[in-house]
Ligand binder design. Structure first.
Ligand SMILES: [Zn+2]
Length: 412
């Protein structure tokens, strides 16, 4: 079994057992992590760890060490470009106006339907690789651009095939995203068909861990989403909700009623919805790149804190409203535009994100028993992750990969 130690002048554990009032991130100065196989065996100061490391190989990193980042909301299995629509939007056209004219989600639907399965898989693999290069070791991947059974399956199968390598991919069937043209505007009939025919088939094929629905003005109704998401729960799947991006139509309350893992966006949400979410343990997934692109006001962060809602920060990577693959950019905007503290934003992209994916016992923190996923930053301090922007100061490593590298070295 491969054993190795990573030492760093500043180790951000994100371990709640180490957190204090003054240090929410559980920082260890001159810290070290001992990895055995692909699992973290011990975390502590370099002195403590060297006592039990024995003959383990040591990698001395001279910057910041954090858990591998967890991106809990992406639409990564897509193809095609929507740059023309972006230019139109910058010239003043609204998102809902573009969608009504056949742009938006439906234009990506056309590209995904036209794509060969292998091409879609390769594009996802390359995108995941680039996201990994930004420090991300776990990526939630939503379908939702096929909009019929065969093409939703094609997207989810691309996620399954791309998962054979790394980083870790978590598949979500975004069952209600937009109406395809052949639905003739009949959202009730579409939701009925999803719940009765498509969802059971996707669940049986084990192609998704979560099911998601876009509940908003101009999207799907609370009733349509309740039908699909409660069926998902009966089939043993977790649920997530796109909630309150453009209007508060009661999606946060629905997420609470269903015990959803997350309600995402939430630019428009009331106190009642937030209290219901907090009581039900529904996390808020904040998507600051999307609201930046759409020139929206931030969500009510203070009200979220007052209600006790746990905050997640994600990229929302998609070709329309969040044209990025960078979770560090989303973290930077969460601090700059939403007023999160650096600690809130980092926890939101590690431990809280992992918990929203049901992976709190797998990743998202540096503590014994979790997978050895690391992001090694060429930075002196976590505050340097959010300033400057748009740079690429990370070298990510996942333990399986490290084990491979060390095995290779010992053969040389
Ligand atoms: Zn989304």
């Amino acid at each position: 079994m491969t054993r190795f130690v990573i030492t760093a002048p500043r180790v951000i554990t994100c371990d709640p057992a180490r957190a204090t009032e003054a240090d929410a991130l559980g920082v260890i100065e001159q810290g070290a992590v001992l990895v055995e196989g692909d699992t973290i065996a011990a975390v502590g100061t370099a002195v403590e760890i060297s006592d039990r490391a024995g003959d383990a190989q040591v990698m001395a990193h001279d910057g910041l060490l954090t858990p591998g980042l967890v991106d809990a909301h992406t639409h990564a299995p897509f193809t095609g470009s929507r740059h023309i629509e972006y230019a139109l939007r910058m010239a003043g056209a609204g998102y809902e106006e573009i969608a009504a004219a056949g742009g938006g989600i439906v234009s990506t639907m056309r590209a995904v339907r036209a794509a060969e399965a292998t091409a879609l898989t390769h594009e996802l693999e390359w995108r995941a690789k680039r996201m990994h290069d930004h420090g991300v070791t776990t990526i939630e991947c939503k379908s939702g651009y096929g909009l019929d059974l065969a093409n939703e399956r094609k997207q989810l199968e691309a996620v399954a095939r791309a998962s054979i390598a790394w980083p870790r991919l978590v598949p979500t069937y975004l069952a209600l995203h937009a109406l395809p043209p052949e639905a003739n505007g009949d959202g009730d009939a579409y939701a009925e068909r999803v719940a009765r025919e498509w969802l059971p088939e996707i669940a049986t094929a084990k192609l998704a861990r979560f099911v998601d629905a876009y509940v908003d003005r101009g999207a799907f109704t609370v009733e349509q989403a309740r039908l699909v998401l409660s069926r998902a729960k009966e089939l043993g799947l977790g649920v997530r909700v796109h909630a309150g991006q453009f209007a508060d139509v009661g999606a946060a309350e629905l997420a609470a009623e269903l015990g959803a893992a997350s309600a995402d966006h939430l630019e428009h949400v009331g106190e009642r919805g937030l209290e219901a979410m907090a009581a039900a343990g529904v996390r808020a997934v904040l998507l600051p790149v999307a609201s930046f692109t759409l020139k929206q006001e931030p969500p009510p962060i203070d009200a979220m804190r007052r209600a006790g809602v746990r905050l997640v920060v994600a990229s929302d990577a998609n070709p329309g409203t969040a044209p990025t693959e960078s979770l560090p950019l989303a973290i930077a905007l969460a601090v700059r535009s939403y007023g999160l503290t650096v600690a809130e934003a980092l926890l939101g992209a590690t431990r809280e994100a992992a918990a929203s994916l049901g992976l709190e016992h797998v990743c998202g923190a540096l503590r014994p028993g979790l997978s050895g996923d690391f992001a090694m930053w060429n930075l002196p301090h976590e505050a340097a992750i959010v300033q400057p922007w748009g740079v690429w100061p990370v070298r990510a490593i996942i333990a399986k990969m490290a084990a491979y590298v060390f095995d290779l070295r010992s053969e040389l």
